[in-house]
Design a protein. Structure first.
Length: 300
């Protein structure tokens, strides 16, 4: 559990987009897993400041990201968490709420995903924000789970009391760019392949405290169920954002079944074979630049 170079840049993005983090809860006592010099260079911190050399992220959140206080919750006290709670179990109703909740590599280790994410929601005030930095691809064996962008777009939907949900993919082999994921449109999937380790970076805002929220369903299936449509083509072959999807939509049903259906698995296999890193040619992604370094501050 810790904040690495992509994590620091994501926190900087959130600060610039949404302002100070105010009362903050980290899910797990988050370590600062970035070399001190790199932290200083990126955030413009002078040598007289010690927050860049701290073992945990708490001091940096207060001094550089506008946190008025920082608490942590973990299943064990071995790293000095403020609250010792097993997130597999529902938190007590009186558990404090916070303006910002940061999960940087914890919930993939919590077996009961539904309860774990429900606890995250419970910890966030209405008007507050939830941040996730979690494994998306190529972390097999790291934890119990790897999370897709669809998971977060469906979990943090307007119908469930959230707004302004953003999901980015970060290729650990590149620090200068992220890929913003196009929200699912109900008829296709926002799929992305990468042969390197990939993070999912998520920011959402809680706008309502809802009870009895509807179950989370994958968007393309929910759309099909709602319209009573059936499709013989898997994955994103009906997606108009790709050449194959556009061609598929122009063909009559019988022709589509004869040509597109057999062709799709071969194209998917070829794409997987020759993929190296995430790239902007993927129709579900839009490349964006990470926040540039801050200007160095004057010595105190």
């Amino acid at each position: 559990m810790g904040i690495d170079a992509h994590g620091i840049r994501f926190l900087e993005y959130v600060l610039r987009a949404n302002g100070p983090m105010k009362g903050t809860l980290t899910v797990g006592h988050q370590a600062l897993d970035v070399p001190e010099r790199e932290v200083r260079d990126y955030l413009g911190i002078t040598a007289s400041r010690q927050c860049a050399a701290s073992k945990y992220i708490d001091d940096l959140l207060v001094e550089e990201f506008g946190a008025s206080s920082v608490a942590s919750v973990d299943a064990s006290s071995y790293e000095g968490a403020t609250y010792v709670r097993d997130l597999n179990l529902e938190l007590e109703p009186a558990f404090p709420q916070f303006d910002t909740v940061i999960d940087a590599g914890t919930l993939e280790h919590v077996f009961d995903v539904r309860t774990g994410f429900g606890n995250i929601n419970h910890c966030c005030k209405v008007g507050g924000q939830i941040l996730h930095i979690l494994p998306a691809n190529n972390f097999v064996g790291h934890g119990f789970y790897q999370f897709s962008p669809e998971f977060f777009y469906s979990l943090y939907s307007e119908a469930r009391g959230f707004a302004d949900t953003e999901v980015y993919l970060a290729d650990l082999g590149r620090l200068n760019a992220w890929w913003k994921v196009v929200p699912p449109i109900g008829v296709s999937r926002s799929t992305a392949m990468c042969s390197r380790e990939t993070y999912t970076l998520v920011r959402t805002r809680k706008v309502a405290e809802l009870t009895g929220m509807r179950p989370v369903q994958q968007s393309d299936y929910a759309s099909k169920w709602a319209s009573h449509e059936e499709s013989s083509v898997e994955h994103s072959s009906h997606d108009g954002r790709t050449f194959l999807g556009t061609l598929s939509n122009l063909l009559p049903g019988p022709t589509r079944a004869m040509i597109i259906s057999p062709l799709t698995p071969r194209l998917v296999q070829a794409r997987r074979r020759f993929s190296t890193g995430i790239h902007s040619r993927n129709a579900a992604l839009s490349r964006v630049s990470v926040p540039p370094p801050r200007h160095r501050k004057s010595a105190a």
